[in-house]
Design a protein around this ligand. Structure first.
Ligand SMILES: Nc1ncnc2c1ncn2[C@@H]1O[C@H](COP(=O)(O)OP(=O)(O)OP(=O)(O)O)[C@@H](O)[C@H]1O
Ligand SMILES: [Mg+2]
Length: 409
C-alpha cells in the first residue's frame, strides 16, 4: 500500500495561454484579455505547488487545464513528460484527483458512494471498492463505520472537506488538484485540516497543485508558490522562504504583506538555526573545570543541569566562588524553548518572559543550545537558498562567530 501511495508525477506548463471566447453583447468581437498568459513553470514530483493571487487572476483556469476541463489556447501541459492532450479527458481525470472549489460532494449519494466515484468509473469490483472507501475514510480521520452510510448534509463543513480529499485520493492518482480545498471552513477547523493534510502528504507524497486566496495558507502548505497577478501572468514562482525574502516586485511584496519577516519566522523551527552554546555545570563539579567550559561557550554564564542534562537555571557568580560548584542560581531556566517550536512562538516566549536568551531543550528535556534575540534576528538575514524551512533541506547557515555580551535578565 505504502509503495502504491508513493507514485507522483512532474507537472509542467510550457508557455500556456488561455483566452476565453470573445464576449457577446456590447463587447462582442473585442479581443478578450488572457485568463492565463504565457505561463511556464514546473511542479516537481511529490511536491505541493500553491497557486495564489487575487480573485479572477486565473488560478482555477490554470488548474482546470491540467485535467482538460479547459483546453489551453496555446502552449503545452505535460504530465510526467507526456502532453496531456495525448490522453482522452476521461482517462486523464482518473489519473488526476480533483477537489473542486466548494467541495462539491454529490448530495444524493452516501459518503461511501461519493468516495467510490472514481473506483466505480474504473470498474473495480465491489469488495475492492468497499475496502478502498474504508481505507480512505480512515486516512482522512473519519471512522468508516460511522460515516460510510451518511449523506453530505449530515456532516460538518470540515468533515465534508475531508470526504472531498478522500474522494480525490480514492484511485490513488499521482497528481491531485485542490481548488481552495479548505476555503469553506472556519479558521480553527481550517488550521486543523491543513495540519492533517500536511501529515497525510508525508505518507502519500503526491504531486499537488493547490489553489488558495490566502497567502498565509500558501506559505504554510507550499513547497513552491506561484503568485499570479490579474491577467493570468506569473509574478513569481519560488519557495516560501525565497518569496518572503526576495519578493520579485512591488505586487508580490504587497501580496505577501508588510509582516513578511514575522511570516518567515513562522516557517522556521528552532532546530533549523544555529544556536548559541552555553557551558553546563553540575552541582559539586570542580570550579576549575566549569571555568574551562565557560571559556569555550558562546555565553559566559553557565547553566546548572541535573544528572540527566536537564537545565535547572543560570548559575550565579557565588556558585563559582569555592573549589566546587554550588548550585546557587541567579535565575531559573525559563522559558524553556523546544527544538520543534517555530521561531515565531519562541520569540513570543522570550518577549513575554522579558529575557534576551533562553535554553533550548530536546524532546528528552536535555539542553540542546541557547536561543537568543540575536540568533533569531540573524536567521532573518540568512539568504533563502541557505535557510532551512520545513519543506526544504539545504545546508544550515555557516559558522559565523557570535559573541555573547549580554547578561541574562
Ligand atoms: N467560462 C468563462 N468564460 C469567460 N471568461 C471566463 C470563464 N471562466 C473564467 N473566466 C474569466 O477568466 C479569468 C480567470 O478566472 P478564474 O476562474 O481562473 O479565476 P480564479 O483566479 O480562480 O478566481 P477566484 O479566486 O475568484 O476563484 C476571470 O477574469 C474570469 O472572469
Ligand atoms: Mg477560482
Amino acid at each position: 500500500m505504502a509503495d502504491q501511495h508513493r507514485q507522483a508525477a512532474v507537472v509542467e506548463f510550457d508557455h500556456v495561454t488561455k483566452r476565453y471566447d470573445a464576449p457577446t453583447g456590447r463587447d462582442k468581437g473585442k479581443p478578450t484579455p488572457g485568463a492565463v498568459n504565457d505561463l511556464s513553470m514546473k511542479v516537481p514530483a511529490g511536491k505541493i505547488c500553491i497557486l495564489v493571487g487575487p480573485s479572477g487572476c486565473g488560478k482555477t483556469t490554470t488548474m482546470k487545464m491540467i485535467n482538460r476541463i479547459i483546453e489551453p489556447t496555446s502552449g503545452t501541459i505535460r504530465l510526467q513528460g507526456e502532453d496531456v492532450t495525448g490522453s482522452p479527458p476521461d482517462e486523464l481525470r482518473r489519473r488526476i484527483g480533483y477537489v473542486i472549489q466548494q467541495v462539491g460532494l454529490f448530495p444524493h449519494l452516501t459518503i461511501a458512494d461519493n468516495v467510490a466515484t472514481v473506483p466505480r468509473l474504473l470498474r473495480w469490483d465491489g469488495s475492492r471498492t468497499r475496502a478502498r472507501v474504508d481505507e480512505m475514510l480512515d486516512l482522512v480521520g473519519m471512522d468508516p463505520s460511522i460515516y460510510r452510510g451518511r449523506y453530505p448534509k449530515e456532516l460538518s463543513g470540515g468533515q465534508r472537506q475531508r470526504v472531498g480529499v478522500a474522494r480525490a485520493l480514492a484511485a490513488d492518482p499521482p497528481v491531485m488538484l485542490m481548488d481552495e480545498p479548505f476555503g469553506a471552513v472556519d479558521p480553527i477547523a481550517r488550521e486543523k485540516l491543513q495540519n492533517e493534510f500536511l501529515r497525510l502528504q508525508e505518507d502519500i507524497g503526491k504531486t499537488i497543485v493547490f489553489v488558495t486566496h490566502d497567502i498565509d495558507e500558501a506559505i504554510k502548505m507550499g513547497d513552491r508558490i506561484a503568485v499570479l497577478r490579474t491577467g493570468g501572468k506569473l509574478a513569481q514562482y519560488a519557495s516560501p522562504a525565497e518569496l518572503l525574502m526576495y519578493p520579485a516586485d512591488e505586487f508580490v511584496e504587497d501580496f505577501v504583506g508588510a509582516d513578511r519577516a514575522l511570516k518567515r519566522l513562522a516557517l522556521q523551527r528552532v532546530r533549523d538555526i544555529d544556536l548559541w552554546t552555553a557551558a553546563t555545570v553540575r552541582s559539586g563539579e570542580p570550579v576549575a573545570e566549569a571555568r574551562r567550559k565557560i571559556a569555550e561557550a558562546d555565553i559566559d554564564i553557565p547553566l546548572v543541569v541535573d544528572d540527566h542534562g536537564r537545565p535547572q537555571g543560570w548559575l550565579s557568580e557565588r556558585g563559582l566562588a569555592g573549589e566546587r560548584v554550588r548550585p546557587e542560581l541567579r535565575s531559573r531556566a525559563e522559558p524553556l524553548v523546544e527544538l520543534d517550536d517555530v521561531l515565531r512562538d519562541a520569540l513570543a516566549d522570550l518577549i513575554e518572559s522579558e529575557v534576551h536568551y533562553s535554553p533550548v531543550v530536546d524532546p528528552d528535556g536535555c539542553l540542546a543550545g541557547v536561543l537568543s534575540l540575536e540568533v533569531i534576528s540573524q536567521s532573518l538575514h540568512v539568504p533563502p537558498e541557505r535557510a532551512r524551512t520545513s519543506t526544504e533541506l539545504v545546508e544550515p547557515a555557516g559558522d559565523d562567530a557570535v559573541s555573547a555580551e549580554i547578561e541574562p535578565a
